[in-house]
Design a protein around this ligand. Sequence first.
Ligand code: ZN
Length: 527
Amino acid sequence: MSTRTITIYDTTLRDGAQGEGISFSSADKVRIAERLDAFGVHYIEGGWPGSNPKDLDFFGAVAARKFKHAKISAFGSTRRAKIKCAHDPQVDALVKAGTPVVTLVGKTWSLHVAEVLRTTPAENLAMIADTVRYFKQLGKEVIYDAEHFFDGYKDDPRYALATLKAAQDAGADVVVLCDTNGGYLPAEVGPITAAVRKALKCSVGIHTHNDSGLAVANALAAVEQGASQVQGTINGYGERTGNCNLMSVIPCLVLKMGVACGIPKENLRHLRELSLFVDDLANVRHDIKQPFVGASAFAHKGGIHVNAVEKVARSYEHIAPEVVGNRRRVLVSELSGRSNVLMKAHELGVVLDKDAPEVRDILHQLKQLEHAGYEFEAADASFHILVKKLLKRHKPFFNLLGYRVIMDKYGDNGRSIVEASVKLSVRGEVVHTAAEGDGPVNALDSAFRQALLKFYPSIAAVRLVDYKVRILDSQTGTAAKTRVMIESTDGNEIWGTIGVSDNIIEASWEALVDSVEYKLFKDEQKR
Ligand SMILES: [Zn+2]
């Protein structure tokens, strides 16, 4: 067991969000950052404020939050050629992000210096040194990402090292070697990392892309040669074929190399959950073949007696699946499901024994719902309500008497108008409200909220922050099902709910009801 600690630097929210089909709302980003923090990563890169002004929203939203482990980093580049840092708007946006850490990307490769920056090698060194020094003087921790490092090193090792030294001498805390094009082999990354370590005094990190399918292998090769920071993304999201997948590199470091990376073995059990959570928020179908965390990662074809399979399965598995929160698929182990149920029950103030009949009922119901298309990884509020219902602890805040959604559109270019009406009984009183909206869900949400407002004024603070629809594969040969996921906030907390139905409006209604009930339940608990 080695004594050094590797720091894990997550760039899902910046480099990961550059992946095709990946996009996160500000609310998603905050939820992901909170999960990453709870999991135990050291750094969370939130975005590039200079290139994407929307990212400033995220930095504003996290500024007031307390993170247990993670430091939030803002990403930006070295100053432009021939101007002062103080006059560079991109540098200024980075200052405005107000993060404790900044990550600066700069050029290593003389080809890029001449062709892309159109400046001299000497000016590039000054740009690196000035910008690093500028942020050090502001009291920030500075991580320097050396773009195209390996290409630059192969082309001109002396200049490539000079760029790193410029960053180091200006006070950079870590210099990170980037395989930006993702083309290198572990047999090259290892020795080059060793050479850099020899030439420098400061810590060295590694940032790899997966264009040759080797991002994880390359990161591990660098760690073997003394790199002490690994940058990557959840599920390997990222441009082209993606970045180094933290879902693989973390278990490799901890379980196979015996290298501490600040993530306790206990938390490793949440690895699969974290992977699914981020997929759900990105609205990406989970890759069942993903190493460690995929549904097939420990699936064995059955057909043999269960006991025999258990013996055989062990000899066919590289690690015990539970260690990363996964499970063997033949021998349906319900251990992780059970502890999840027990934890939720505990939150509700119910102490259950793990063998209690209620736990079995909940697991049974959960399986049926999952089969029907529900996923609760990101719909924690719906899961909460489900457990409450099954424990017979749920008392409804209202009864639905009916709802109706009408849409009118006249002519090709006519505006469409959607009107929804909702009829509820609340505390013995019947309320009937109607509202218009941009679309059916919006109209239904407004009418629903209006109906409840008189009885539950705190509902006024609740807003929908995101709405995601996914058509599920038809398994029954009948109509495909629609899954709706809603994220809501009351300004303090953000929670997720889910609805599944053949009908998109019914699925949305289900998710809306859970969202409101969760808020009312939380309020009741506070009183
Ligand atoms: Zn990158």
